[in-house]
Design a protein around this ligand. Structure first.
Ligand code: 5AD
Ligand code: SF4
Ligand code: FES
Length: 367
């Protein structure tokens, strides 16, 4: 994956540029030794100056593992019959929300496999209204429920959701085609249109990619960063690709970079994105911790400023395995909370309890 690039300029000069070219990005993604450390130091500085050394909690509710899609990399794809399919009850969702409320998280994410039937759309709408009532509007809700129609996005927005995460997964359409079945439910352009619709409806829009996939090159990753800039995203969630034995992509595991290298590339992607888009929100994702026990702290130290403590009832966790070795399968919400508090402390940041931590980028673009 890596290529030998001769430095045309010292890394310090590149890091000061207002806009990185594709060559700059390739260079930064390939840094090692002292240059790599300089990249990380710069990202840390930009984070402190532009979003502050504060981390915002988003309580994660993995609402359901029913999914109509068949992405070749994902453990809960429709074609995998290994997992028992579940949907949380209203009472379970409201209890998780209450935990977030009582613990001052101020913000939650509702994530699920993709479902578009009428009952699902109406259920989410009614839950959003109940969450709003139950918490007197104090909890902000982010949705991560896949591609939906404009009407659905609008209904959920009007019911109280104001942020949406929809990863583009890979910004190269040819690579997208290799990682998904070739049909309308997995169409790159439809996904891109969904992101545009979310923006038009008024959401703070988050997207992201997987890093270290089979067939993916460093040039693809540089293009992903350019994609984020051109789309002018408000939030990002990126993480290393981690193989899952029950998926078609597992066949290509011999072509993967070693886990450590995938992790390092993910860390560089976070650092470079922080320098490029100074005031967006960037998540320290769970997939980072799957590879490295200190993965999330390391991401915070190079620019990430959002963490998602898991609030899903423990009995469902082993059925929401998008990839293998996912952490926190047995830990109750309280354990993840204290664990993350300690990790954030080690990273030298503080937790923005009681703060929504909206994307500054979004507010600035809209004023
Ligand atoms: N490894 C890492 N991330 C994955 N996702 C799905 N499968 C995997 C995997 N095997 C990510 C996708 C999706 C998000 C919810 O999880 O990027 O958008
Ligand atoms: Fe479904 Fe998302 Fe997994 Fe694709 S990545 S199979 S849409 S849960
Ligand atoms: Fe869940 Fe550490 S975050 S146990």
């Amino acid at each position: 994956m890596s290529q030998n690039l001769l430095p045309l300029e010292p890394v310090e000069t590149i890091l000061e540029k207002l806009v990185f070219s594709k060559d700059d990005l390739l260079y930064l993604l390939n840094t090692s030794g002292k240059e790599r450390i300089k990249l990380f130091e710069k990202a840390k500085e930009v984070k402190a100056a532009c979003v502050g050394r504060k981390v915002y909690f988003r309580g994660l509710i993995e609402y359901s593992n029913y999914c109509k899609k068949n992405c070749y990399y994902c453990g809960i794809r429709a074609g995998n019959s290994r997992y028992a399919r579940y949907r949380m009850t209203d009472a379970e969702v409201l209890e998780a929300v209450n935990y977030a409320y009582l613990n001052d998280y101020a913000s939650i994410v509702i994530q699920s496999g993709e479902q578009t039937n009428k009952a699902f759309v109406a259920k989410i709408e009614s839950l959003l209204k109940r969450i709003h009532l139950q918490t007197a509007g104090k909890i902000h809700v982010t949705l991560s429920l896949g591609e939906q129609s404009e009407d659905t996005y609008r209904r959920w927005f009007e019911a109280g959701a104001h942020r949406y995460l929809l990863r583009i997964e890979v910004s190269n359409p040819a690579l997208y085609l290799k990682l998904h079945p070739n049909n309308l439910s997995h169409d790159y352009n439809r996904r891109l249109d969904a992101l545009k619709t979310l923006r038009n409806v008024g959401y703070q829009v988050g997207t992201g990619v997987m890093i270290g996939l089979p067939f993916q090159t460093i040039s693809d990753l540089a293009d992903d960063l350019i994609f984020f800039r051109e789309f002018d995203i408000d939030m990002a969630g990126m993480g290393p690709y981690i193989e899952h034995a029950d998926t078609p992509l597992y066949l290509y595991r011999s072509e993967l970079l070693p886990l450590k290298e995938r992790f390092d590339l993910a860390l560089k992607m976070v650092a470079i994105l922080r320098i490029m888009m100074k005031n967006i929100n960037i998540a320290a994702t769970t997939a980072m911790q799957t590879i490295d026990p200190q993965g999330r702290e390391k991401a915070l130290m190079v620019g990430a400023n959002v963490i998602m403590p898991n609030l899903t009832p423990v009995k469902y966790r082993q059925d929401y395995l998008l990839y293998e070795n996912k952490p926190c399968l047995d830990e109750e919400a309280e354990e993840c909370k204290s664990c993350l508090e300690a990790r954030i402390h080690i990273a030298g940041d503080t937790i923005g309890y009681g703060e929504w931590g909206d994307s500054r980028h979004f507010s600035e673009r809209n004023t």
